[in-house]
Write a protein that binds this ligand. Structure first.
Ligand SMILES: Nc1ncnc2c1ncn2[C@@H]1O[C@H](COP(=O)(O)OP(=O)(O)OP(=O)(O)O)[C@@H](O)[C@H]1O
Ligand SMILES: [Mg+2]
Length: 470
């Protein structure tokens, strides 16, 4: 009686084990008659257990429930067999058929266990696709970083401050000293850096732009210094070069340097002092030949005082400081930038938009809190929105048109003392050029400048050094 109870308990345990398996368990007798299946089996074939039990395994295969059938092979070979099966419900499964023999050496039962590969395969495909995508994005990003500033950008500098900076750039380009470019957002820090690089002997090597504020803190270190194989989970098997190594021979532009975490500032300082780096997880020193240019719109000296930026690093970066003043303090640049962007976007959009004198007046007197970037964006919008017309005050955003000043005069800036005749000639040249670039017709130039058309025609020919004048 006790023995029966024991069997009952064992049977119950066995049933629980079979039923809780994620793999399919499917048992037949030696003739292939189904004796037992578990719930996974029901799900796999989308058929109830009661409709499977008592049926013949080979018949089920003939009905197309799964294919191919393992039963005849096991029967013939009398050994364990495994293969890939397809089910009627569209699944791909890996089946193992295990024969169990009785004392006479005949097959007593066969235990089939199968694992659904569909999901695993789908996941594997998905991972492969994602990995490909990730790789192509990484390549694209590296490419972008390397070539984003391939072309030397135009750099408009007519105000005394900017002319000074422009001269400095020429000199700075010839040496390898570290430069710190400061100035509010949109003043043109990026343009200056790209100019320094492209005027330097490093111009054929990469200019790599790192935005320290845009990379998550946890990634900056490996981005900059790279890592050795097996440094952390998810890392590339073969390790990875950092941007210091990528920029070898060229220029590394550390933008928004004020955002660099303090612990990394130490490592950066060490790299700058020793001209060598160590990859994360590595011990080998790698020599680097990189020019560093940093930029920020933060007040780094203030940050040093507040303990947010290391003093030693600040001095190491600030070897050559360039401060770009806000646009509103360099009015001469405003009018040239206005013309420059107008031309740029007119050719980009195949348009011929012009600005009325009132609009020029308003732009000239506006504050430009967003600096050159704001001016550039406005010009693009005006060109895109206008249908080749002359832009009027009413077409400007209210805050800008409000800057129009009735009594404001155009002023001519003198860079140095010269003779009256030299000053008159210089103003005449600028006036003629400006008017002709704007109106592209000697008739209109004459009218706007209050001179007759033939005089305008002659002067345009003279200053533009061209015969073909409209
Ligand atoms: N002197 C200039 N001549 C021509 N284009 C300029 C000049 N200064 C700025 N720009 C243009 O104005 C835009 C803003 O400049 P840039 O991106 O260099 O500013 P930034 O100081 O780096 O700003 P941020 O601090 O926001 O990064 C750019 O499209 C740039 O080409
Ligand atoms: Mg910038």
């Amino acid at each position: 009686m006790d023995q029966l109870k024991d069997y009952e308990i064992i049977n119950k345990q066995l049933e629980t084990i079979i039923n809780s398996s994620l793999d399919e368990i499917f048992v037949t007798d030696g003739n292939g008659t189904v004796l037992r299946v578990n719930p996974t089996s029901e799900a796999l074939y989308e058929i109830k257990a009661k409709d499977l039990i008592g049926k013949n395994a080979q018949e089920l295969a003939k009905d197309g429930l799964y294919s191919p059938s393992l039963f005849p092979i096991i029967k013939e070979r009398k050994e364990k067999v495994s293969m890939i099966q397809r089910t009627r419900s569209g699944k791909t499964v890996h089946v193992i058929g295990n024969p169990v023999f009785n004392s006479e050496g005949n097959i007593d039962i066969i235990i089939f266990t199968s694992r659904d590969l569909t999901e695993i395969r789908e996941l594997r495909d998905k991972i492969e696709r994602t990995e490909h995508l990730l790789e192509s994005y990484q390549e694209e990003l590296a490419e972008l970083r390397r070539f984003q500033n391939k072309e030397q950008e135009d750099f408009i500098s007519y105000s005394p401050n900017m002319r000074k900076i422009s001269k400095m750039v020429e000199k700075i380009a010839k040496v390898d000293s570290t430069v710190l470019v400061t100035g509010k957002s949109g003043v043109g820090k990026g343009v200056i850096v790209s100019n320094i690089h492209h005027k330097s002997s490093r111009k054929d090597k990469p200019l790599i732009h790192v935005n320290c504020g845009a990379i998550p803190e946890s990634l900056i270190e490996t981005e900059l210094f790279g890592y050795e194989p097996g440094t952390f989970t998810g890392a590339k098997k073969q390790g990875k070069k950092g941007l210091f190594e990528e920029a070898d021979g060229g220029t590394l532009f550390l933008d928004e340097i004020g955002e660099m975490p303090l612990n990394l500032q130490v490592k950066l300082l060490k790299a700058l002092q020793e001209n060598s780096i160590q990859r994360v997880g590595g011990t080998k020193s790698i020599d680097i030949d990189v020019r560093i240019i940093a930029a920020t719109n933060k007040d780094l000296e203030q940050m040093v005082e507040e303990g947010l930026f290391r003093e030693d690093l600040f001095y190491r970066l600030n070897v050559i400081p360039i401060h770009i003043p806000p646009l509103r303090t360099r009015q001469e640049d405003i009018s040239y930038l206005m013309d420059y962007f107008l031309n740029k976007f007119n050719s980009k959009y195949n348009s011929s938009t012009i600005l009325s004198l009132e609009v020029e007046n308003a732009l000239f007197n506006y504050d430009w809190p967003g600096n050159v970037r704001e001016l550039e964006n406005l010009m693009e919008r005006l060109v895109v929105m206008s249908d080749d017309q002359e832009i009027q005050l009413k077409d400007l955003p209210r805050k800008i048109s409000n800057s129009f000043k009735e009594d404001s005069k155009y002023f001519v800036h003198l860079y140095d003392i010269c003779t009256l005749k030299q000053a008159q000639d210089a103003v005449e040249e600028q006036l003629i050029k400006k008017a002709y670039y704007k109106y592209k017709s000697s008739y209109k130039v004459g009218e706007v400048l209050g001179i007759n058309q033939s005089t305008a025609f002659r002067k345009i020919q003279k200053y533009l050094k061209t015969e073909s004048v409209d």
